[in-house]
Design a protein. Structure first.
Length: 197
């Protein structure tokens, strides 16, 4: 218990701790003591969470991609009607792209549907997902309304470079990610665990 308190205290002074120490502190909030693979796994996901904190609106990016699909779906058919002497390998590529674009656009349409309420912060969702899936792997399930899980999210969030916040802000995110298994996170965590075993 004394070791856990020391490590959690380290997260409160995150600006002076090394990256390895920050991820180790997050691992200690999930398991006491944490398995070796857990710190490595948290460090693996960390840069991806940090990079998603750029000040762009992911929804706007999806809208631009959807609009680009529309433009390509209207313009690419011109490649298919080129005179024979101007047809190239790009003509075949254009055919393939035209086959794929409707599916891509359909997926982007799902992402760009207008929603009410506050826009989700994708990096916080992934952060909560990593913690929830690691918690399930080590403890069997994520406890409902657990301050320990919220604390783990907050310590990991700060280890990834996120600003400090109230641990209660993690409640809805943890409930959301706990209800659905994030297979891509589960597979990566299982790979780290398998390497240790």
């Amino acid at each position: 218990m004394k070791e856990r308190l020391r490590v959690v205290g380290l997260s409160n002074n995150a600006s002076v701790a090394s990256p390895e120490a920050k991820f180790e502190a997050a691992a200690w909030t999930i398991a006491d003591p944490p398995p070796e693979w857990l710190t490595r796994a948290l460090a693996y996901f960390g840069p991806g969470i940090t990079s998603m904190r750029d000040p762009f609106d992911i929804g706007e990016r999806f809208v631009r991609m959807r609009d680009a699909c529309d433009t390509l779906m209207k313009g690419l058919p011109a490649y298919l009607h080129m005179p024979f002497d101007l047809q190239t390998q790009e003509t075949e590529a254009a055919k393939l792209v035209l086959q794929l674009l409707p599916t891509i656009k359909e997926n982007l349409d799902q992402f760009t549907k207008s929603r009410s309420g506050r826009k989700p912060i994708v990096s916080r969702i992934i952060c909560a997902g990593v913690i929830a899936e690691a918690w399930k792997l080590l403890h069997g399930k994520v406890e409902r309304r657990s301050d320990k899980v919220y604390e783990a999210c907050e310590v990991y969030w700060q280890a990834c470079g996120g600003p400090a916040s109230d641990i209660e802000n993690w409640r809805r995110l943890v409930e959301k990610v706990s209800a659905n298994s994030e297979e891509w996170i589960v597979k990566r965590l299982a790979a780290f665990r398998a390497v240790q075993n």
